[in-house]
Design a protein around this ligand. Structure first.
Ligand SMILES: [Zn+2]
Length: 152
């Protein structure tokens, strides 16, 4: 099961579980997903940036500036195999070096930042609001690259 943060065309944010990416695509395309607030079926994936908390970030370090919620994106042509490979490798390296805490990410990242949990690299999911809030509080998180194959 995969949980997606969704947003309807009226701007209502909600979350829903799907069996897979394909199942999500199918249900969205066939307008089978309705907003629980307004019943609207114009629903899209809200930004659910998997993020990495960096170890460190002690008091001596300046707080990360509040960043624009916009994410860096790249459009790769079919010929850009080297780039695709690099993104895949980078993704694999992050996965290998971090512990997946899933939806607990925002809470766990904050606990690590506050010294309430042992320092370690973690990854997981955060909504745009959660990611913004963490950044505003000086928690250094990074959006994870998405391997080309995983794009919906
Ligand atoms: Zn709605």
């Amino acid at each position: 099961m995969i949980r997606f943060a969704l947003i309807c065309d009226n701007g209502h944010e909600f979350e829903s579980w799907f069996a897979s990416n394909d199942s999500f695509d199918f249900q969205i395309e066939n307008k089978l997903v309705a907003c629980p607030h307004c019943n609207g079926t114009e629903v899209a994936k809200a930004v659910m940036a998997p993020a990495v908390a960096r170890a460190g970030g002690g008091p001596g370090e300046p707080a990360a500036p509040a960043k624009s919620p916009k994410q860096n994106v790249a459009l790769l042509g079919e010929g850009d195999r080297e780039l695709r490979t690099m993104v895949r490798e980078l993704h694999a390296k992050i996965v290998a070096a971090t512990v997946d805490v899933g939806a607990e990410f925002p809470r766990e990242a904050r606990r690590i930042h506050d010294g309430a949990a042992p320092e370690r690299p973690i990854r997981g999911q955060a909504s745009l609001e959660e990611a913004r809030s963490l950044l505003e509080d000086g928690v250094s998180i990074l959006p994870m690259p998405t391997p080309p194959e995983d794009r919906g």
